[in-house]
Design a protein around this ligand. Structure first.
Ligand code: 5AD
Ligand code: SF4
Length: 470
């Protein structure tokens, strides 16, 4: 491995870095870490591409639309570079899963792109830039995307040169990456590679460093986070260890596979106070025939039994899921089975998608692809049901006082925004000094996307006292 370029702290002129993130939370984490590896080279993050020295598109390949958006964005950046003198020196890097899956095609189809760098190679961005001699390398061909070396990446990111800087009291923390499940619709095993778990020691070090920066909540990330095996005892043991980190009051994890939801993890939901009562557990379909064709390794019934066990451990848990409608061969009856499963579970939130044919995946070449209009109709029906459940879950919180971790200022003066244990956004009137604190909020109303409430009396008093001069 070539050494990373020497940090040029102080002497380096400030360079403007704009990162646009698509897709999942792991990409959000990766984008933050890209900013961390580029900071020693003098790059500071800006919030628009105009005048940027380097624009990174951190891309998602999960559905067709996601990849198409990237090509449109490259077109816009190309125009900006040609027309805006302040942006003439801009380099364009494509990172993430489109870079991994379509590296060569990207280079051919989008000559405006200077660097292509896959999800396991972004720690080498400084090297790539240094090798090009200047930020903008028209001598293209630098494509670091084909190998999967998650371990090397995490080792590099753990070094002092890429010290992690966070803003705000809630942070993501990648603990596992990749997938060995090979659901027949999914590109992830091809773009993120095989399952890899970071050693628990490195995760705990990162968590302590986050807590030192005021982080109170971590969301542990992994494509199959509950397959985590970087410590004896798996994810449950990791969660218990993290709960002991001073300052960390809340722990979440996502995304899980029903197959890896073991007894120890279920028990942790009932026993570890810091583990928040929210679980994203994708099921994809309620039809056993479709689940089999998807290679999901669970049935509707086994999923429902699992939910029962989780609810027995933590009765108030908020459940979330992912659904695909219009998988090849899905009939009306299969779709009705999905609706029936949703009714049985009662989700607090969910993500649902029309099946998107991904080149190279087994489902793409299955017979009986479903008509787009049928997919659209099914999606609308499913989303109406899920939305009604979400609203019902939110309405049930009205009148209760819930602890809210305040994360930022609201849109209106005097307002602060945070999250409930159930991951609901909550607005309240209160001083900015509440940001970074957990305070009781009596929920008074539900809006389309969030709840509002008033600070519980003792918290409001504390907040006022905090504002008054000593
Ligand atoms: N088409 C539609 N949705 C997909 N997902 C993954 N691959 C596809 C696809 N080809 C959805 C699944 C997964 C979520 C992250 O994205 O529901 O859980
Ligand atoms: Fe994709 Fe299935 Fe792996 Fe999830 S478990 S990342 S849906 S292959």
């Amino acid at each position: 491995m070539t050494a990373a370029p020497e940090p040029q702290a102080g002497s380096a002129p400030e360079k403007r870095l704009f990162i646009k993130t698509y897709g999942c939370q792991m990409n959000v984490y990766d984008s933050e870490r890209m900013a961390d590896v580029l900071r020693p080279l003098g790059y500071g993050v800006v919030d628009s591409p105009e005048g940027a020295d380097l624009v990174v598109l951190n891309t998602c390949h999960i559905r067709e639309k996601a990849a198409e958006k990237v090509y449109s964005e490259i077109g816009r950046l190309k125009e900006l570079r040609a027309e805006d003198p302040a942006s003439a020196g801009m380099s364009i890097a494509v990172a993430g899963c489109v870079a991994q899956a379509e590296g060569q095609e990207l280079m051919n189809r989008a000559p405006a792109v200077d660097f292509v760098i896959g999800p396991q190679a972004f720690h080498k961005l400084p090297e790539l830039i240094a090798q090009s001699g200047k930020t903008r390398s028209r001598a293209r061909g630098e494509r670091l995307s084909s190998e999967f070396a998650a371990e090397e990446k995490f080792d590099a990111l753990a070094g002092p040169a890429a010290a992690r800087k966070v803003t705000g009291p809630a942070a993501f923390l990648t603990v596992q990456e990749g997938c060995d499940k090979f659901c027949t619709f999914c590109v992830v095993p091809y773009t993120r590679g095989a399952e890899f778990s970071r050693p628990a020691g490195a995760i705990l070090d990162e968590a302590r460093a986050l807590a030192d920066q005021g982080v109170r909540e971590v969301t542990l990330l992994g494509q199959n986070v509950n397959a985590y095996d970087g410590a004896p005892g798996g994810l449950a043991a990791l969660v218990r260890a993290l709960a002991g980190v001073p300052g960390l009051d809340r722990i979440r994890y996502t995304t899980s596979h029903p197959r890896d939801m073991d007894a120890a993890l279920i028990a942790a939901h009932g026993e570890v106070e810091a583990l928040m009562p929210y679980l994203h557990l994708p099921v994809q379909s309620g039809s056993d025939r479709v689940l089999k064709a998807m290679n999901r390794a669970h049935t509707a019934e086994s999923y429902l039994r699992l939910i029962e066990r989780i609810r027995a451990a933590r009765p108030d848990i908020a459940l979330s899921g992912d659904f695909i409608v219009g998988f090849p061969g899905e009939t009306d009856a299969d779709f009705e089975a999905t609706l029936a499963l949703v009714r049985a579970v009662r989700y607090a939130s969910a993500f649902s998608f029309k099946y998107s044919r991904r080149p190279g995946t087994p489902a793409a070449s299955m017979p009986d692809q479903v008509d787009e209009t049928v997919k659209a109709e099914r999606l609308a029906r499913l989303q109406a049901l899920l939305e009604a459940q979400r609203q019902g879950f939110n309405a049930a919180v009205v009148g209760r006082t819930v602890p809210v971790l305040f994360e930022r200022k609201g849109r209106f003066a005097g307002q602060v925004v945070g999250r409930s244990p159930y991951l609901q956004g909550v607005f309240a009137e209160g001083p900015e000094t509440l940001i970074g604190q957990i305070a009781g909020v009596e929920i008074t109303a539900t809006g389309p996307n969030s709840l509002s409430g008033r600070l519980a009396q003792n918290t409001a008093d504390q907040a006022t006292a905090m504002m008054e001069p000593a």
